[in-house]
Design a protein around this ligand. Structure first.
Ligand SMILES: [Zn+2]
Length: 85
């Protein structure tokens, strides 16, 4: 990434994240929130798999989409076989 683009995104994110609850007022605190915007990883905020040993929401959605894709592929294969006869 070009330096000008990195500087642009740093300024953009620092401005955006200055409104965050955890953001401070000094440049050092703003820099910390820029690098780590999510300071907490407690059971309420953290990864579900890590704390409750279950699939996360994104993993669940991905799994459902994968199963639907498989069904679609099987359906198309059945249609192809029927069209041959
Ligand atoms: Zn938390």
């Amino acid at each position: 990434m070009k330096k000008s683009l990195r500087i642009h995104h740093e300024q953009r994110l620092k401005k955006k994240r200055s409104n965050y609850f955890v953001s401070g007022k000094t440049d050092k605190q703003k820099g910390m929130v820029f690098i780590t915007p999510k300071l907490c990883s407690c059971p309420a905020c953290g990864n579900e798999r890590k704390h409750f040993n279950c699939v996360t929401k994104q993993e669940f959605i991905s799994d459902v989409q994968f199963r639907e894709d498989l069904k679609e592929i099987e359906h198309q294969q059945i249609l192809k076989q029927k069209s041959k006869f």
